[in-house]
Design a protein around this ligand. Structure first.
Ligand SMILES: *Cc1c(COP(=O)(O)O)cnc(C)c1O
Length: 426
């Protein structure tokens, strides 16, 4: 059979005929940066290759679902071995126990774990659990945080003020967000006894990277305790990434419930929510709060997750943080050297890029950075130089364990070139 020659453009054209926007998750369609997405043929370590054979140093890394680099031999072997034994049964398996034990051991306070298949399911289920356990309806979220695409959490807010949720998407009934209160990030609100839970990204990583200000998480903990509300950390990005015990460990603030995803599936569809025993025991079959999943605890996904976690020891976290620190300093230096105003916050292995004159602490400031309109040219400039960052101004960079010093040097050099070009054409 003759090998068909495909190009990014031809595939994108075909894709748009059979898939809305040509993609299965909107950001991949490049709508906010323009141009044609690259279709990935394969990845290895810090790199991906598109269907035209072009190589990119990859900082997308599946938006964080890949932390050890693409196609790590230990992960590939674990998945192959698991697949040969059958990929789903609808009966419990040993690896589900091993993974829950591993997650619980790394996160003090996460006594029990329920595995699901996406971060969206994890947050949706954690909120249901919080409502069921407290007998209250109201949920507090923060503007600029992302908690997946369930109706109740797709609420938009006003500009930097506290508002009752308005649907952030067509198709979300106003009733679904009428109990969702949207507040500005990094300001501790005064809660009332109507609140079932406060759900927060303890380090916000879906409006660029916005670390919590001093006292923010501690203040949320105290307010929740004062009114009997539950504190839910959405650690779908930060969990098992910023430290062994995630952001809860870094900041020394323990929530009642956690949501995990991305890292723990080792690149396969797997997520989890976890928490105190007395809360988790209110889930079916022990308690009245229903939650279920045909593919939950999937054998391939748990095998991949266990393989990745076995690689994430203290040395790995130190290496990841060192990589991000070097990269951030290099990017900031290269941009400023070219006369481009930039902020490059770092949190463990995560870094963000804002075109802003001072540190960004909330969604308003993040939106102002995006409104400079610099990001699309920045991103495309890097892509032309073989460096892939996400096609959206609100995404963060995900350097992996596979990124080498040589990779970082190449990246910083490319950033310097792009920054000069941006300043020259302004
Ligand atoms: C990615 C993400 C989610 C949603 O996870 P999916 O697996 O995409 O459904 C939820 N919360 C946070 C903080 C995320 O970054």
């Amino acid at each position: 059979m003759a090998r068909s020659t495909v190009s990014n453009a031809s595939l994108f054209q075909r894709a748009q005929l059979v898939a809305p926007g040509g993609v299965n998750s909107p950001v991949r369609a490049f709508r906010s940066v323009g141009g044609t997405p690259y279709f990935v043929a394969r990845g290895s370590g810090s790199r991906v290759w598109d269907v035209e054979g072009r190589e990119y140093l990859d900082y997308v890394q599946s938006y964080g679902a890949s932390i050890v680099g693409h196609a790590h031999p230990a992960v590939v072997a674990a998945v192959q071995e698991a697949a040969a034994d059958g990929s789903t049964f609808g009966a419990p398996t040993e690896r589900e126990v091993l993974l829950a034990e591993e997650l619980s051991a790394r996160v003090p306070g996460a006594d029990m774990v329920r595995l699901v298949s996406s971060g969206t399911e994890a947050t949706m289920s954690a909120v249901r659990l919080a409502r069921g356990a407290t007998g209250r309806d109201r949920v507090v979220v923060f503007d600029g945080c992302y908690h997946g695409h369930s109706d109740g959490l797709l609420a938009g807010g006003g500009s930097g003020v506290a508002t009752l949720g308005i649907p952030a998407s067509a198709g979300v009934p106003s009733a679904a967000v009428s109990s969702t209160l949207v507040l500005p990030y990094n300001q501790v609100p005064a809660l009332t006894e109507e609140v079932a839970c406060v759900i927060v990204e303890p380090i916000a990583a879906n409006m660029g990277l916005v670390p919590p200000g001093p006292g923010f998480l501690e203040g949320l903990r105290a307010e929740c305790d004062r009114v009997g509300a539950l504190l839910v950390f959405d650690e779908v990005i930060t969990g098992f990434r910023v430290a062994r015990g995630g952001a809860a460990q870094v900041f020394g603030v323990e929530p009642d419930l956690w949501c995990f995803g991305k890292v723990i599936g080792g690149g396969l569809p797997l997520a989890a929510f976890a928490g105190r025993r007395d809360l988790m025991e209110q889930l079916a079959p022990l308690g009245p709060i229903y939650q279920a999943g045909t593919l939950s605890g999937n054998p391939l996904a748990t095998a991949a997750g266990l393989a990745v976690l076995s690689l994430l020891d203290d040395a790995a976290y130190a290496a990841l943080a060192a990589t991000a620190g070097r990269l951030a300093a290099g990017i900031a230096g290269a941009c400023r050297g070219a006369g481009l105003e930039v902020q490059v916050p770092v949190a463990g292995p995560l870094l963000g890029i804002f075109f802003a004159p001072s540190p960004v602490g909330d969604y308003e400031a993040s939106k102002a950075s995006a409104a400079t309109g610099l990001y699309p040219a920045f991103m495309h400039g890097l892509l032309e130089r073989g460096v892939a960052v996400a096609p959206g101004a609100y995404e963060v960079l995900f350097p992996s364990l596979a990124h080498t010093d040589a990779d970082l040097e190449r990246t910083v050099a490319a950033v310097g070139d792009v920054a000069k070009a941006l300043v020259a054409t302004r």
